[in-house]
Structure formats: C-alpha cells, structure tokens
Design a protein around this ligand. Structure first.
Ligand SMILES: C[S@@+](CC[C@H](N)C(=O)[O-])C[C@H]1O[C@@H](n2cnc3c(N)ncnc32)[C@H](O)[C@@H]1O
Length: 254
C-alpha cells in the first residue's frame, strides 16, 4: 500500500481549480480509513450533536417521503442521522467525489435508504428541482468555487425546499477566540498528523476554515445565490456554524 504521506499534493499549494480539486480528493481518499475515528476523537464527539442540529433545520418533516441530498457526504454520518429519525420514510443520495470515503463508510449504511453517488458537487448528476432538501456537513468549504457550488445546490432543490450547511467557523469573542485559534492552528495539526499519518490533512483543515467565508458573509452569498429566509446559528461558542436557506420559487434563482 502506498504511503499516505507521499500521496497527493497540499491542496493549498496548487492554484488551478482542477488541480486543487484533485488534491482535495486525494487527501480525503488517503485519510478515509481513519476519518471517522479521528472526527469523533478530535471533536470529542460534539460533531454528532452538530449534525443533529443540521438535520433539525432541514424541514424534512414537511416532506418525509422525499429525496434528500447529502453533499460531500464522506462516510454518510449526516445521512444516517436523517434516515434514523422516527417518521422518515424517504431516501438520501449521498454524494462525494472521493470513492474511498464512500467505500469505507459502506458497512454503516447496510439496510438503510442511503444511496452512494460518486460525483462532483459542482456538477451534480441530478435533474433540476429533484431534491426535497439538500445538506452538507464540513464539505462546502472544500469546493473550488463556492458560489458555483451554491448555485448548483439551488438548481437541484425543488422550490420551497431547504438547504442546510454545517461547517467549522472561528469564535468571535475573546478569550475563546484566542484559545481556540491556538488549539486549532498549532495543536490540532500536530495531533492530526500523528493520528492520521497524513502530512497535511490537519494543516489544511484550519487553513481552509480560516480562508472560508465568515458566517455573515456566507449568509450573504446564500442570498446572492437566490436563497431566501437565509439564517445562520453559531454552535458551541462559534467553533461551528449552521447556515440555511430556502430555494426560491421558480425563476427566483439568479
Ligand atoms: C470533511 S469531509 C466531511 C464528510 C461528512 N460530510 C461528515 O460530516 O463527516 C469532506 C468531504 O467532502 C468531499 N468533497 C470535497 N469537495 C468535493 C466536491 N467538489 N464534490 C464532492 N465531494 C467533495 C471530500 O471528498 C470529503 O469526503
């Protein structure tokens, strides 16, 4: 087996969009076997609570038989949270462009109405207006063109259906702001490198979060992409954030 340290390029050191996307895909493929364990360990399991909050915001109860899309699904945790809700009778399409992430999560979805789909979130192979809800956890930040990504998510949603995004953010208030920054940018990369055995995945994580839209700016970008009733909610002191918006009626999307 190839040494994961030698696989892929640091996504932040390559600038061409296709190259960057390839580097991100290769990075997730390399850490896929350890992704779940590291995720829960490094977040002290709080990631499970955040995903619950994301599903609460999806409005699935209005469309319990619907088709829901989990974008950048990784190893399916967000979709699993939805299909296990009592009263849910629909299906989840779990889309990710890293085949290895979908593969490693596969045992967790045995018998569940979750269908893996290996594809790019910027070119979703689903007809317009087909989805009754779209959600993404810790994925949207990785897209090489965020605005194109938001437009694509809007395209596949049917009018009136919701988009919910969950991702890391940086706390806005001291002293948590300073303390968390030290942990996130200094300690986490070291612990992550040791446990994941990957040279840069956990350096990329804080760098990509710091480069990501501030909560209010992402909300503004959702509005610019044509979503309405846009809102956001900081979680756990602002170290994560939820954003949501409703797909505008027909012709409302820019
Ligand atoms: C940090 S993981 C999040 C996985 C999962 N949603 C979770 O909650 O743990 C990010 C995932 O996004 C996927 N991803 C990044 N860019 C993508 C793109 N353009 N299209 C599809 N998947 C993408 C990666 O392959 C990776 O599995």
């Amino acid at each position: 087996m190839a040494n994961p340290r030698k696989r892929g390029k640091d996504p932040l050191t390559v600038s061409a969009p296709d190259e960057r996307a390839r580097a991100v895909r290769e990075m997730f493929a390399a850490i896929a076997p350890r992704y779940d364990r590291l995720n829960h360990l490094l977040s002290l399991n709080v990631d499970r609570f955040w995903r619950r909050r994301a599903v609460d915001r999806l409005g699935w109860l209005e469309r319990p038989h619907g088709l829901f899309l989990d974008v950048c699904s990784g190893t399916y945790d967000l979709g699993i949270e939805l299909v296990r809700r009592s009263g849910f009778c629909g299906r989840v399409l779990a889309l990710d462009f890293a085949q290895a992430m979908l593969h490693h999560g596969r045992p967790k979805i045995a018998g569940l109405p979750i269908l893996p789909l290996c594809a790019d979130a910027l070119r979703i192979p689903i007809p317009a207006g087909r989805c009754d809800g779209v959600m993404a956890a810790f994925g949207i930040r990785n897209l090489v063109d965020l605005d194109d990504g938001l437009a694509e998510l809007g395209r596949v949603l049917n009018p009136g259906a919701r988009l919910v995004l969950l991702d890391f953010a940086m706390p806005g208030r001291q002293p948590l702001k300073w303390l968390y920054r030290q942990y996130f940018t200094r300690l986490l990369p070291v612990i992550g490198r040791l446990l994941s055995k990957h040279s840069h995945a956990y350096t990329y994580l804080p760098e990509s979060v710091l480069a990501f839209s501030e909560p209010a700016r992402l909300a503004a970008r959702l509005s610019s992409a044509g979503f309405h009733d846009v809102g956001w909610e900081p979680l756990s002191g602002g170290i994560a954030c939820l954003w949501w918006g409703v797909r505008a009626p027909v012709d409302g999307l820019t």
